[in-house]
Every structure is written in C-alpha cells, then in structure tokens.
Design a binder for this molecule. Structure first.
Ligand code: FE2
Length: 226
C-alpha cells in the first residue's frame, strides 16, 4: 500500500492519499481546492491513477478539491448518503465497502460534527474526518451538528474499534499527525466524561468563533467546489 498524509497550512486540514502498489489505483480523502495541482503532481510522480475522491463531510473551513480532481482525472466523487451535495457521483450507506484495487475501505456513519459526517476505516487506519480529532472532537454548533449524535458516534462506534487502530483526523492545529484509539480513550480530554449529558455540557460551552468564510465555503462545497 502507498500512503501519504498531506497538510494544508491555511486550514490545518489533512488530506490523505491511499493507493494500491500493485494496480496503481489511488483514492484521495478530503482534498483542498488550492492544493489540487500538488496532488496531480504527486500522482504523476508515483505513477498512480486517481479513481476515487471522498469528502468526509461538507466542510465549513475550506473548499474541497473534489470537482477539480474529477475534471482532471475523471475520478468518482464519493460522500455518505446524508450529504446534501447533489452532484456527488456515489453516496455510501453506513457499513458499505468501496474498493481501490484490492484495498477495502469501509464507510462508517458518524454524525455529530455535521449531520452528514462519515468516517472511513481501512484495515487498522481510521480516517475520522472531524468526528474524532487528536486530543479533541469536532465542534457541533453548525451544519445540523448535534452533541448527542457526536457522543453516540464516538462512544458507540469509533471508540469501540480496537485500541491499536491508527487515528488519522481531518485536522490538527498542534502539529500532531497520528494517534491511536487507545491513546484517545485514555488522554483525549473531551472523552473523559461519565455521561452523555456531561459531553453535551462540554460541547455547549466551547464558545468558538465561526470559521471565516463559512457561508461561501459551504455553498461552494455543496457543489463539491465546482
Ligand atoms: Fe468540518
């Protein structure tokens, strides 16, 4: 398997390139529009054919590169079935598996940060979007977010994965690149709660400012950036 973790400085977004070393087919998770030329160059350097692009959810803080990548490579655009984006080629259901050559990636519906948030599991690699972050969790105060849904996605789904599962989040603001489910269970301050009400209480008191350009970003992302 070929794996690259790419970082967008402006939005602190992680983008993931996963490819099969045999068939040279590639998948990109959460591309950022401004970096599409970089991805295309990397694909060429690695002699890979991009076949699929996934957005974990409709992002508020950056514009997706999905449409641009589709125009350049004719890849299939993918989101979860709860996505409000109408132009997505393929909408996955919870538990559905997609293939990139022999690699299998399982879609997990993990609403809470937004109502359309999905995570993706490939072997012991978990791509959690903004549902579970390293030492944090995705905010729940816009785009039909729900702290109650987030609690269930975290505690009933993602934290039930084996402790050695590698956590690759959609963002990190502190330079951290990877964690494990076991470490997050132990050390993530948001997860040290005894009840759903305690989690809702924490999330209701974050007092975060709205992301810059949220309206423009969301409306462009509803068209996959196109
Ligand atoms: Fe997000």
């Amino acid at each position: 398997m070929i794996f690259r973790q790419l970082f967008d400085k402006k939005s602190s977004t992680y983008t993931y390139l996963i490819a099969s070393s045999n068939g040279r087919e590639a998948l990109i998770i959460d591309p950022v529009e401004e970096n599409v030329a970089e991805y295309v160059k990397l694909l060429e350097e690695l002699n890979l054919k991009l076949v699929k692009v996934i957005d974990t959810h409709i992002h508020a803080d950056h514009i997706t590169g999905a449409s641009k990548l589709k125009n350049k490579t004719n890849c299939t655009t993918i989101m979860g079935e709860n996505s409000p984006a109408e132009t997505v080629d393929l909408k996955l259901k919870d538990g559905e598996i997609i293939k990139v050559d022999q690699l299998e990636i399982k879609a997990l519906y993990t609403p809470g940060h937004t109502s359309d948030s999905y995570s993706f599991l490939m072997n012991n690699y978990l791509f959690s979007g903004d549902t579970l972050l390293i030492n944090g969790t995705g905010r729940t105060d816009f785009q039909n977010g729900s702290s109650e849904d987030a609690y269930h996605s975290l505690f009933d789904k993602l934290l039930k994965l084996p402790e050695e599962t590698l956590l690759y989040p959609g963002h990190d603001y502190n330079g951290k690149k990877v964690s494990t489910i076991g470490d997050e269970k132990k050390f993530n301050p948001r997860l040290q709660v005894d009840s759903i009400n305690q989690y809702i209480e924490i999330m209701s008191n974050l007092n975060l400012s709205k992301p810059k350009m949220i309206e423009i970003n969301v409306s462009r992302n509803l068209m996959l950036g196109g």
